[in-house]
Design a protein around this ligand. Structure first.
Ligand code: 26V
Length: 824
């Protein structure tokens, strides 16, 4: 294939690959080839692949520069990449050749692949989505770069203590050199903080003094699948502007001498481990400004190299804001244009509002970013002036359109009144953007009718759209489930390199849904994946699970809105029900293995209690000989992208059970369904669109709808009904937990009280409906196994829409107005 054979030496043949590996052992690693361990072999292989990536990277960037097309930039504080080697080999089309070369040298390529550490520069959905979008942009030949931070410590490692509590350990992922990055020590920008700002009558100004920190670029090549196009993620590392303070050094005060250089380096030390929860820390705001300022300076420098007049900036540049985290890019671009480029304010604002797009990923109020004005003023005095100027003009326009509506003005202002005042980043992102979108139909609808309602009335609805999320089928089907991928290829008679880039083509397997031979092969793939997971469970937890049992999986961040507790209470119900049966009756029970995994934010008390309760309930259930054959409950520690790659292909059902209206989209729901696991879910996020595609009869829906949630919360507050009345089954289970049956009764009271008292997430209202859905699952799985397989086949076949290729093309065509630029 063409994309494999670069003119200047992407390694495609076994001898040249082997030669290069040995060469890297001896030179790059400075080691002897004859006593090499797996880690050394991994390093040498990675460096050989890195060479391949760099050749394509260079060719692509040269091609983009020469053609000077409009480019898109994806600004994201998180890129949850996972491992790179396997994906690079797949996308380059060289996996077989490498496998053979590595074998010749006495190693197994799968072992090397598994020895790689995850790049975990993200919390969850938002960061993993960014990683899928980069893969899709390169694969679809869309000229796009990601911009982010090069955190020295990624997402913390999760340990589970003997009492079941989550413990956190740092993730020093860079301690063994990272072969997947290219340091660009010559690409640097100075970024200012603090200091003094002056503003003049034309709304231009000067910002001076304060402290400067240097941003240093590190590039991560992103190969497209079955194309030479290789995109880029540019990650910034902070460094002190001057090595250290020589005066203090000479005076013998060594601590003082390195103080400011340490504080500069602290900026990119660590990823904030909060997901869907805002904490107003100065260091976080510093990270946001450091990253947006460096990225914009870099984008501006690239634009200026084209020698186009500044008003054509939006014809060559589209910048997508991944949530509000990079919203400072809006006042920063204004500052560059007005203060540095001397563009009149009005023209500058026109440029800005043609350049940016804003994606919202949550409507949870506690996740909406607001910064205290005093903190902001101290750190970014000039940007505060600019924000005040934007706000002033905007409020005048609102007043003109809706005269006398003081409350509307107060709601829409960039400044929230109070002591202190706050800056509302979502409002700023809306004002500064050409288009705003949510991440699934229901979510985008909620954005338009709740948090941004006033803005829709003001701007009109055409500014507010939807792009339903997607996932890359390269990692989330071909890499994690090669047997299913091969089965699809042989069944639909279309080459893998075609259907993996046009996922709608997998519909072809529908022809075989009634074919017994195909059903058997399909079921055998699932079984093998479950056995692979069972082996992992045995090796990590020492627990033996029966791969013939139903595997029921809920893996995602631990959060009240995602309702892991609802699942757990359902498991306790199942346990008590089985226990109440006679040994004879038990023989008819559908066997289940229920698996949880996920991290809790270190400061999120209730989420951490949830983990502790899961672990302790598991301890009791798994030790009970009456039920052991029928029910196993597991909490797998340290959930990660790599662990997801093992879990996703092995589910019979997976759970996506957020309170309706709270989960913006979800993306693991797409991954599980694409791999033949059925969904138990609420009518929320992308669950709805998955059901539209695969057929509602193939999804186990339950629970109240988003439209009624507010009314129910009102009832909770003003006409509360005791749990005993609403759901006797639930009341009994809560009492069992309170009675100490699962240990430490008093420890769990705060968690149980969230349900007994305000029950904000409606567990009491949805519990019985949840049990009914689970009963349907049990009935169909145990009584109609063929029917189950057919549902599973049909689901896979209908998942074409959820490729991130579709999503990235929607952004390209409808939001950025950019086209493919193929490297020949
Ligand atoms: C927000 C914040 C708030 C400030 C402090 C730290 C922090 C860190 C991350 C976030 C992002 C929250 C939004 C988020 O992750 N949303 C998820 O986005 C997924 C991709 O669109 C979507 O599938 C999930 O449903 C949604 O929860």
């Amino acid at each position: 294939a063409v994309w494999k054979s670069g003119l200047r030496g992407v390694h495609t043949e076994v001898p040249s690959i082997a030669k290069s590996i040995v060469n890297h052992v001896q030179t790059t690693l400075a080691r002897q080839a004859y006593n090499l361990d797996n880690a050394g072999a991994y390093g040498a292989v990675a460096h050989t692949v890195r060479d391949d990536l760099i050749i394509n990277w260079n060719d692509t960037q040269m091609h983009y520069t020469r053609k000077a097309p409009k480019r898109a930039y994806y600004l994201s504080l998180e890129f949850l990449m996972g491992r790179t080697l396997d994906n690079a080999l797949l996308n380059l089309g060289t996996k077989d050749a490498y496998k053979e070369s590595v074998a010749k040298l006495g190693f197994n390529v799968e072992d090397l692949i598994d020895s790689e550490r995850d790049a975990a520069l993200g919390n969850g959905g938002l960061g993993r989505l960014a990683a899928c979008y980069l893969d899709s942009s390169a694969s679809q030949e869309i000229p796009l770069w990601g911009y982010g931070l090069r955190y020295e410590y990624g997402m913390f490692q999760q340990l589970i203590a003997t009492d079941g509590s989550q413990l956190e350990a740092p993730d020093p992922w860079l301690t063994h050199a990272n072969p997947w990055e290219i340091p660009r020590l010559d690409v640097t920008y100075d970024v200012r903080f603090y200091g003094h700002a002056e503003r003049f009558d034309d709304k231009n100004g000067i910002w001076s003094g304060g402290q400067e920190v240097v941003a240093v670029a590190y590039d991560v090549p992103i190969p497209g699948y079955a194309t030479k196009n290789t995109n880029n993620i540019r990650l910034w590392k902070s460094a002190p502007k001057r090595g250290f303070d020589l005066n203090s050094f000479n005076a013998g005060d060594y601590e003082r001498a390195v103080e400011s250089s340490n504080s500069a380096e602290a900026l990119t030390k660590v990823l904030y481990p909060n997901d869907n929860h805002m904490v107003g820390k100065e260091l976080r705001l510093k990270q946001q400004y450091f990253w947006t300022a460096a990225s914009l300076a870099d984008i501006m420098r690239r634009f200026k190299n084209t020698d186009k007049p500044i008003k054509e900036f939006p014809d060559l540049v589209a910048i997508q804001l991944n949530d509000t985290h990079p919203t400072l890019a809006i006042p920063e671009l204004m500052r560059i244009l007005v203060d540095e480029e001397e563009v009149p304010w009005k023209d500058a604002w026109e440029i800005v509002t043609k350049t940016f797009g804003f994606t919202n990923h949550t409507v949870l109020p506690e996740a909406l970013e607001r910064w205290p004005v005093p903190l902001f003023q101290h750190l970014l005095p000039r940007h505060l002036q600019i924000i005040y100027d934007i706000d002033f003009e905007f409020l005048q326009a609102v007043e003109k359109k809706f005269p006398g509506d003081r409350e509307k003005l107060a709601r829409m202002s960039l400044i929230q009144e109070g002591m202190p005042q706050y800056i509302r980043m979502a409002n700023l992102a809306v004002l500064g953007s050409k288009k705003v979108n949510g991440v699934a139909e229901l979510h985008s609808q909620l954005v338009r009718t709740t948090i941004l309602k006033d803005f829709v009335e003001f701007y009109g609805s055409s500014k507010f759209g939807n792009v339903t999320n997607g996932v890359t089928p390269r990692r989330w089907l071909d890499q994690c489930n090669p047997d299913l991928s091969n089965l699809i290829t042989e069944t639909i008679g279309v080459p893998k390199t075609t259907w993996l880039k046009d996922l709608y083509l997998i519909k072809g397997i529908l022809d075989k849904v009634d074919d017994e031979t195909f059903q058997k092969k399909f079921a055998a793939v699932k079984r093998k994946n479950k056995e692979r997971l069972a082996a992992y469970i045995h090796s990590t937890l020492g627990v033996t699970v029966d791969a013939s049992a139903m595997f029921d999986i809920q893996v995602k961040r631990i959060h009240e809105y995602k309702r892991q507790t609802l699942n757990l209470l359902g498991v306790i119900h199942r346990y008590l029900s089985i226990k109440a049966l006679t040994p004879e009756e038990r023989k008819k029970v559908n066997k289940r293995v229920v698996i949880f995994a996920g991290k809790a934010a270190p400061g999120y008390y209730i989420a951490k209690l949830t983990i502790r309760l899961i672990v302790n309930v598991a301890r009791v259930i798994n030790a009970d000989p009456d039920t052991a054959e029928y029910l196993t409950l597991l909490f797998l520690p340290d959930y990660s992208v790599s662990l997801a790659e093992l879990l996703v292909p092995a589910s019979d059902i997976s759970q996506h059970i957020s309170t309706a209206g709270t989960e913006a989209s979800g993306t693991s729901n797409m991954k599980f369904t694409l791999n033949g696991g059925l969904l138990v879910g609420t009518v929320d996020g992308a669950n709805i669109e998955i059901a539209e595609e695969v057929g509602e009869e193939n999804v186990f829906f339950f629970g109240h709808l988003a439209a009624t949630v507010e009314d129910i919360r009102y009832q909770h507050a003003y006409h509360p009904v005791p749990v005993e009345q609403k759901s006797p089954a639930l009341a009994r289970i809560l009492n069992e937990v309170s009675s100490g049956r699962f240990g430490d009764a008093h420890v769990y009271e705060p968690l149980l009280n969230t349900i007994r008292q305000s029950d904000y997430y409606l567990l009491t209202d949805d519990f019985d409906s949840y049990l009914e859905a689970q009963k349907m699952v049990d009935d169909i799985y145990s009584k109609d196994p063929i029917g189950w397989i057919k549902r599973s086949i049909t689901s896979v076949a209908c998942m074409g829409k959820f490729s991130s290729d579709r999503a990235i093309m929607e952004y390209a065509e409808e939001y950025w107005n950019i086209e493919r630029v193929k490297l020949e």
